[in-house]
Design a protein around this ligand. Sequence first.
Ligand SMILES: [Zn+2]
Ligand SMILES: [Zn+2]
Length: 269
Amino acid sequence: MRDEVRIFPLGVWAVSTSGETTSFLVDAGSTRLMMDVGLNPGHSLAIHSIPLTTVTHIFLSHSHSDHMQGFANLVFTRDTQQRQYGPAPRLNVIACGADLGRAQSLLEIFYPERKFDIDWTVVEPCSKIDVDAFQMTFFPTEHTVPGLGVVLAKNSKKLVVYTSDTVACDAVQEAADGAHLLVGECFGMQHDFGAVAKRMKHMCAEEMAELAESAGVLRVMPFHMHTPYTASDSRAHLINAIAARFSGEVIDPVPSRPIEIFLEEVSDD
Ligand SMILES: [Zn+2]
Ligand SMILES: [Zn+2]
């Protein structure tokens, strides 16, 4: 069997009026890691017929609602789905200390009567942790609130780099260096959103593409797109703006479908 990881883009929009907001599932067989949870992760996973009980790890990048709001509902629904799918493995939630505290508060607010079996893993910029056969290395983002991005590697191969929300900065550039797939923030194009992106500390398509190119990334998947790009012609402009500056493969994450990474095709770090 080929050693394979699949990335499901569950939510790729910056605002909830456009569609499900930021959330990805990294499916590596027995390890199923969510990178942020969006607003309604239960529904996003159900679309792909993935029981919530098979999610083993949740990484929360920062405390904005478009990334974290679905957390309590995910934990609760995963718990109740055990009646349907059988016992779930113990859940591991990974974030910086302040955001783990916020995630715990969300559970206390919405489910004060329940106790959930959760391992809480505190990480900070430059932390490295092992998650089964994978290594996760965290880096600081430069956003309106403190946040973390993550590099997911296996056997020294950088499979996925997830920027979360950030401006293009040295830490992101370094993290992306030599990666196979960059899941890169892309608020919009400069002429549409340059000023607001700068003020709210987001990356635009042009910056993300240039960062990916200079980091020698092979594939790029933009996310965190704003409302105009729900229209297919506007999104084609956005994808073309990236492709004009980036020599690798540009993946349009709409409609949501899994992106496959075969480990033997990924070069060593
Ligand atoms: Zn944010
Ligand atoms: Zn966001």
